[in-house]
Design a protein around this ligand. Sequence first.
Ligand SMILES: [Ca+2]
Ligand SMILES: [Ca+2]
Ligand SMILES: [Ca+2]
Length: 208
Amino acid sequence: MKLPVISFLAVVAIQASDATVIAVDINSSENPTATQTDFAALVVGRNDGAGSLTTGGILFTVVGGAGSRDRSGPNNLTRDTAFPATAAGSQIGVTFGGAGDLPAGEWKLEVWSHDNDGGTPVGDLLVGVTIGGIEQTPVSATSGGDIDPPAAVVMFTSDGSSAYGLYVEEDNTNNRARLNGFRLTLVPEPSVALLSGLGVLALFRRRR
Ligand SMILES: [Ca+2]
Ligand SMILES: [Ca+2]
Ligand SMILES: [Ca+2]
């Protein structure tokens, strides 16, 4: 029975390696080259909070930004952030191109964020997806500085025709939302891998 099991795992592995992954590190223009490995740098102006990047065929544009800073930190991803103008209920976001630019399918969005000014995080934030510019119900993000786990994970489905984006919002009046970076992964359709694996399994069973 060893061979069928190995075949099943091989099919799943092939499926996983085909996954579309778009990882973006928000870099401050103070230090635009301190980029996390396997991430693309979206450089945001220190004093105007503006920036954009085309990667994976999609134009990512910061919205609501007012500035950015490079701080000392545990890694190149979370050491630098972009932030909005005001503290109370403040928001900063990134658009994933325009209508129809994000391929259809189920996406996993991982977001790294802070609500402090470098150093020790002081609380939580809210992270959500926008569809056609409309904010969807957010999830709570644990403010932190590590790469694993990310501060928030949001699952959403693209219809392949709407415009998508993300937003990070401060959850109280004392702190400020800060965006470190994000990663989009197009989730492989499990039915394909599973059915292929089961098919191989059935084939070997029949031959025994
Ligand atoms: Ca960086
Ligand atoms: Ca907070
Ligand atoms: Ca960053």
